[in-house]
Design a protein around this ligand. Structure first.
Ligand code: GLU
Ligand code: MG
Length: 430
């Protein structure tokens, strides 16, 4: 960020602060998501937004090596008490929060003191990968699904209308808040597990989709609290049961339609999917980043535990969704993931992909018995991630090293824990 860009930023922020003040906004939350998937935050009074937009807000780089239980690990580049970074709010995403009276939110990009981008800034990594796709002529669209479990749970049946009736004021308030915040909701429905719901949002540019999923999650949390409920987004709310996924849908015009490959894919589309399949074990270290992720990622739970793809196959990690908006859904990811790392890593491996795409799989891979399971533990996914040249190149040494260190630390921390202990320790972390 040079002086001119910062000055421009300050002018816009002054106007925005006046608008927010007139709407009764007292504080602005500037959040960013760490490598353990936790949204960390600094807040400023509305009157200081213009200063924050010009100078950034200080925050230590040590958070890049924080684990989800707030322990600190280290890499040769990161860790320790020294240094500072500046958080710059993205004013284009500045949003008045409908379920937190007097508050607004903006996602932050992280820069060094000298104005250079912080090499471990996940949101700027995502933006670099979007630019890489654009160089190849690809205008990618993405959207996340958010699943959560409310506590206390009602007792209505899975996917049952009873659940909506039991919680109709709650779900109405959720629709209202998301709508007021400009989130384009596709649908809300009850899910399988007791007290579980899902909201899905319309396809957006990849960085916008990552911003959306954070805003959706924090809005669900806030609306839940207003209704005396607590929302858990953890991969495994209860060990041994269907957990919370955070599936990602990916499309681009001229990629998955209009071609003469499988289900109308173009050669570039087939190569993109082949790239995802090739790197899925390493990608899991990004998209399923907690020991709890592997409690969720079990066969016969629609979590996508097998390294294969199929047309509308809900047990395949990669589900090809046909219809008016053909897209590829990565089902094996959950909300412990940093969504900026997810979208950036998916673009990187998709662009690096080369055919041929294996045959699509029909039927349950678990009963077919001929399909490869994805890594069974965070340690195995971290090994694949460590060896992934594609992800190392795309993330850069500093960010790749930080992600790996956090994965190793979390795998180590829970190495001797039972599934019940892991679920208990991670239930309220995201
Ligand atoms: N809850 C399942 C998961 O863990 C997903 C169910 C669905 O297909 O929406 O991913
Ligand atoms: Mg679902």
């Amino acid at each position: 960020m040079d002086a001119e860009a910062r000055e421009q930023h300050r002018v816009v922020a002054r106007q925005e602060a006046a608008r927010l003040s007139a709407e009764g906004v007292r504080g602005v939350a500037l959040s960013w998501t760490d490598n353990a998937g936790v949204n960390r935050v600094k807040t400023v009074p509305t009157a200081r937004l213009a200063d924050a937009a010009y100078s950034g807000v200080g925050m230590s780089p040590v958070f890049d090596v924080f684990t989800s239980d707030d322990m600190i690990t280290a890499t040769p580049h990161l860790g320790g008490p020294d240094g500072d970074l500046r958080l710059f709010p993205d004013l284009e995403r500045l949003t008045i929060l409908a379920a937190q009276s007097g508050w607004a939110w903006a996602p932050a990009d992280r820069y060094q003191q000298d104005g250079a981008p912080h090499p471990a800034c996940q949101r700027q990594f995502a933006r670099r990968m979007v630019a890489r796709a654009a160089e190849r002529g690809l205008d990618l669209r993405m959207g996340f699904e958010t699943e959560w479990i409310v506590d206390p749970a009602g007792d209505g049946p899975a996917y049952g209308l009873t659940r909506v009736v039991e919680r109709s004021d709650y779900l109405r308030d959720l629709y209202e808040a998301l709508g007021a915040q400009g989130i384009d909701v596709l649908q809300v429905h009850p899910e399988y597990t007791l007290g579980q719901f899902e909201v899905s949002t319309a396809p957006a540019d990849p960085v916008g989709a990552a911003d959306d999923v954070i805003l959706v999650r924090e809005t669900v949390r806030a609306v839940s609290l207003r209704h005396g409920l607590r929302a858990s987004f953890a991969p495994a709310f209860t060990a041994g049961q269907v957990g919370n996924g955070c599936h990602l849908h990916v499309s681009a015009s001229g990629l998955l339609d209009g071609g003469d490959g499988a289900y109308g894919m173009t050669p570039a589309g087939e190569a993109f999917l082949a790239g995802l399949l090739a790197e899925l074990p390493a990608l899991l270290a990004i998209g399923a980043p907690s020991p709890a992720s592997y409690l969720r990622l079990e066969p016969s739970r629609w979590a996508g535990a097998f390294r294969c793809w199929g047309l509308e196959n809900r047990e395949a990690a990669l589900r090809f969704v046909a219809g008016d908006n053909p897209n590829a859904e990565l089902k094996c990811f959950d909300a412990a993931a940093n969504p900026y790392l997810v979208v950036g890593a998916v673009i990187a491996v998709g662009l690096a992909g080369a055919g041929p795409l294996p045959e699509p799989v029909t039927g349950d891979p678990a009963t077919r018995g001929d399909q490869e399971r994805l890594p069974l533990s965070l340690g195995d996914a971290a090994d694949a991630f460590e060896d992934s040249g594609v992800l190392r190149e795309a993330l850069g040494e500093v960010l790749h090293g930080a992600v790996l260190a956090v994965r190793r630390a979390e795998a180590e921390r829970f190495a001797k824990s039972s599934p019940e202990e892991i679920a208990e320790a991670t239930r309220w972390r995201w």
